[in-house]
Design a protein around this ligand. Structure first.
Ligand code: ATP
Ligand code: MG
Ligand code: MG
Length: 550
């Protein structure tokens, strides 16, 4: 990553440092609203905010943007902290926008006193209607020219709880004909009689995002406030409040949000999947949440690698989900130990192998990492191979097992198929094979070539395991694109989870939750939270793109 060209945010920060702005200091923030679990889009933002600060010797604050009491909860606060730490980042300070409610309130009074804010009695509906359109100026509120004294009195009474929800709002007095609709007297405060997860019932007026965010940045002396592109139209308002209050001049910069094919990232939609039990929870391995990816078997490194590869764009785009899968594959290839597992077993009896004999064969744990060492794999007269690795009437280029054909068993011997046993329905139930004792370890002394190498487990030693095979949660690459009048969930893939029973080698008996392995020739698998020593459960993280010679 040191090689790639600088992105536009790095250019801006370097220019600011060079110009000695803010004494060369860099302070960023990550500002989640605690109304859901973090997802891969947030991970992009976390990597960017923390990454930029790290790169330029700065710091990053974690600020909970908790200005909406209705949808927020401490469960989310805790999960957000856990996920950021798991990704490998540590914040300089943990702040809450709600900690600034008193300061924000004082500043609102200050704006009223300067004649820059007023209490409006119009209904929400009237306010919306009178805002005008892009081509038509808005209409001024009949309450727009209240005196400072009246505004102060009403605003204080709003705070004191004298009015019902929606009865009054506080608005900035800017320009009802402004070409930017957001500048047409935006709402600063609304009345919500609801308990807040931190401030309890202390407040019944709550600041709007636009009134809270920039000032919160300013209070913390954030130098570079990075947000997604759709906020660019909010920037003039961000600057307006800071300028009128004469406070620390934080600056907002926008980058393109991360969009992923086959993925929805709206927290509202993710919450719906959880509430309607379409998934097992926020951390379902099919969810794009950080906790879901973790349970699926993603590593923090793979997600950071992905965030870096995606880069920083100034225009919206959609990243292919396969890039995320590529990143986890790359990372797990380096760190995951290899094991053998058979997901769709077919029994093989090696007729010339002595009955009752067991051998411990040596297997390399990770060819990419010598320090991972070796392990012993038991071999015996009866083994399981993958049903797909045998064909009774194979096509020409089938290099796996077939009648009369010879293959190599990984770490073990060459075997040749002598006989196919079927049940009364003609279903293949067993193969009878013979092995070449001289081919131990997978080479034969006469140098004869065997193209196919199969994975296997010893039938007498293998351990049963539940294997969860995941597919994409949505069958459409653009799941947010739903035909008029249809539920957004029409694009859900009904077959996104397939549970099977397989056999794994006995070395997997003592695994811990979230341990990660490559099951040779099958993919990467991770131990699920539901796994116990008596009932192993593995999640398939991702299949292998490249398998060794079939
Ligand atoms: P939603 O609208 O679904 O609730 P949000 O963007 O409001 O999501 P926040 O908790 O406010 O969620 O987001 C915290 C930070 O993460 C914000 O700075 C936001 O810009 C950033 N972020 C959210 N989604 C993405 C995304 N898809 N790509 C990049 N950054 C994102
Ligand atoms: Mg939101
Ligand atoms: Mg937000």
């Amino acid at each position: 990553s040191g090689e790639r060209p600088k992105n536009f945010l790095e250019e801006i920060i370097e220019a600011d440092i060079k110009a000695g702005k803010h004494g060369g200091k860099v302070l960023t923030r990550f500002p989640p609203e605690p109304n859901g679990y973090l997802h891969i889009g947030h991970a992009k933002s976390i990597c960017l905010n923390f990454g930029l600060a790290q790169k330029y010797g700065g710091k990053t604050n974690l600020r909970f943007d908790d200005t909406n009491p209705v949808k927020e909860d401490v469960e989310y606060v805790n999960s957000i902290k856990e996920d950021i730490r798991w990704l490998g980042f540590e914040w300089a300070n943990e702040f809450y926008a709600s900690d600034y409610f008193e300061q924000l309130y004082e500043w609102a009074e200050e704006l009223i006193k300067k004649g820059l804010a007023y209490v409006d009695d119009q209904t929400q509906e009237e306010i919306r209607k009178n805002r005008g359109t892009v081509t038509q100026p808005g209409k001024e509120s009949p309450w727009r020219n209240r005196s400072v004294e009246e505004n102060l009195d009403l605003f204080r009474r709003m705070r004191a709880g004298e009015f019902n929800d929606g009865e009054k709002v506080l608005r900035a007095k800017i320009d009802m004909a402004h070409p930017n609709m957001l500048m047409r007297d935006p709402i600063m405060y609304r009345i919500i009689h609801a308990e807040h997860h931190r401030t309890g019932n202390k407040w019944c007026i709550y600041p709007m995002y636009d009134y809270a965010h920039g000032q919160s940045d300013s209070i913390e002396k954030i130098t570079h406030s990075i947000c997604t592109l759709e906020f660019d139209v909010h920037r003039p308002l961000y600057d307006w409040f800071i300028e009128k209050l004469g406070i620390f001049p934080s600056k907002q910069y926008e980058f393109a949000r991360l969009n992923l094919s086959y993925t929805v990232m709206s927290k509202r939609k993710l919450l719906e999947l959880v509430q309607q039990k379409i998934v097992m929870g926020w951390d379902d391995p099919r969810m794009p949440t950080i906790s879901g990816l973790r349970r699926r078997g993603y590593t923090p490194e793979s997600i950071r690698y992905f965030a870096d590869k995606v880069g920083v764009a100034k225009r919206d785009n959609v990243i292919d989900l396969s890039l995320l899968e590529f990143c986890v594959r790359e990372d797990l290839n380096k760190r995951a130990e290899r094991r053998m597992a058979v997901l769709n077993p077919l029994k093989v009896v090696i007729t010339n192998y002595p009955e009752g004999q067991v051998e411990e064969l040596e297997a390399v744990n990770n060819p990419e990492d010598e320090s991972a060492g070796k392990r012993k794999v038991p071999f015996s007269r009866e083994i399981y191979i993958e049903r797909d690795d045998f064909m009774e009437n194979p096509p020409k280029k089938f290099f796996r097992l077939a009648p009369g054909k010879e293959v190599r068993l990984r770490y073990a011997y060459f075997i040749k198929c002598d006989e196919v046993i079927k049940d009364e329905n003609g279903e293949i139930v067993e193969l009878r094979c013979s092995y070449d004792p001289a081919s131990r370890g997978g080479q034969s002394p006469d140098g004869r070539k065997v193209k196919g190498t199969l994975h296997w487990v010893s039938a007498t030693h293998a351990v049963k395991a539940e294997i969860r095979l995941f597919d994409r949660l949505f069958s459409s690459p653009d799941p947010n694109n739903v035909p008029e009048g249809q539920d957004w969930k029409v694009n859900i893939n009904p077959d996104s989870l397939k549970v099977i029973e397989g056999y794994v080698e006995p070395a997997l008996k003592d695994v811990k939750h979230l341990d990660k392995f490559q099951f040779e020739r099958l993919g990467y698998f991770c131990v699920d939270y539901d796994s116990t020593p008596d009932h192993l459960v593995f999640n398939r993280t991702v299949t292998l793109k490249d398998t060794w010679a079939k």
